[in-house]
Ligand binder design. Structure first.
Ligand code: HEC
Ligand code: HEC
Ligand code: HEC
Ligand code: HEC
Length: 183
């Protein structure tokens, strides 16, 4: 067959079966979209991807490890502390020691590098925040950080001033935010 005839036949075939073709294309596309959403849900509701998929749900939730075991300075210092890899290995030298993600920990440890955790929470730079007074007054971690026990990846909170103020008003804490919270 000559190319021109071939082209004409092809075109006639498409016109004759247009509906069928559109329907099957639509089906394939929506099936694809469904599979994509099912297997790789876009990260609307979870925090940033971390270098090691550390899960608060598993550690603080299922295994009930105390927050302060890993964030020991939360009641004393401006910096709650993010656990160094030694602290992970304290358990993981024995627990699932051969797991590929645990081998990654060893790689960081042997290279003498801290794990480059991605920070999830941000405060505007002019806001001073200190956990100390809050923990002393027994404000729960969840009051500000949400339900950490159910989070695999920590979802950051965009702290707004109204959020701080609302609770300060309720608990009769300092409302003079210019002196208390801004520098
Ligand atoms: C007090 C002990 C303890 C400490 C400290 C600890 N873990 Fe774990 N971790 C566990 C236990 C228990 C499990 C569950 C093991 C299992 O599934 O059998 C686990 C599981 C894991 C897993 C696998 C989770 C999965 O989905 O299969 C990873 C990855 C992990 N831990 C990383 C870390 C990192 C990173 C640190 C340090 C920031 C850390 N762990 C600190 C006890 C600990
Ligand atoms: C086994 C160690 C471990 C335990 C237990 C643990 N954390 Fe963490 N936490 C980490 C590590 C590692 C990071 C940094 C990686 C990440 O964000 O997941 C972190 C990060 C965080 C962050 C986010 C910091 C930021 O801004 O990026 C918050 C908030 C936090 N933890 C709160 C808690 C609370 C509340 C608990 C107790 C309910 C808790 N953690 C228990 C190890 C732990
Ligand atoms: C009154 C609100 C509030 C409470 C209660 C609170 N936090 Fe926070 N937390 C914050 C804010 C705001 C930040 C961000 C501070 C910043 O980026 O400087 C933060 C940051 C953190 C970080 C990250 C620090 C870093 O260096 O990246 C960790 C870890 C953390 N909180 C753990 C805890 C734990 C554990 C508890 C409970 C024992 C707790 N927080 C209770 C408001 C709170
Ligand atoms: C869930 C309740 C709650 C939330 C949310 C909260 N606070 Fe507080 N805050 C308190 C309480 C309670 C105190 C303790 C007051 C006291 O010691 O008498 C306090 C004390 C403080 C102090 C010390 C005040 C002083 O008198 O020296 C500062 C600063 C502060 N908060 C800043 C913040 C900032 C910034 C935020 C928002 C990121 C925030 N707080 C969110 C409850 C809260």
């Amino acid at each position: 067959m000559e190319p021109a005839v071939l082209f004409k036949n092809g075109w006639m075939f498409i016109r004759a079966n247009l509906t069928a073709i559109l329907v099957s294309a639509g089906t394939v596309l929506s099936l694809g979209a469904f599979l994509w959403l099912f297997y790789m849900p876009p990260a609307f509701d979870i925090g940033p991807e971390q270098p090691i998929p550390f899960s608060h749900r598993v550690h603080a939730g299922v295994k009930s490890i105390d927050c302060k075991f890993c964030h020991p300075y939360v009641a004393r210092s401006v910096h709650p502390g993010i656990p160094p890899v030694e602290k992970c290995l304290y358990c993981h030298n024995y627990i699932i020691a051969g797991h590929p993600e645990i081998l990654k920990e060893h790689a960081y440890f042997n290279a003498g590098n801290p794990v480059p955790w991605v920070k999830a929470n941000y405060l505007p730079e002019h806001v001073m925040f200190n956990h100390k007074r809050h923990i002393q007054k027994e404000v729960l971690c969840e009051a500000c950080h949400g339900d950490i026990l159910s989070m695999d990846r920590i979802k950051g909170v965009r702290f707004k001033m109204e959020f701080c103020i609302a609770c300060h008003r309720e608990k009769k804490a300092n409302l003079d935010c210019w002196l208390g919270c801004h520098n």
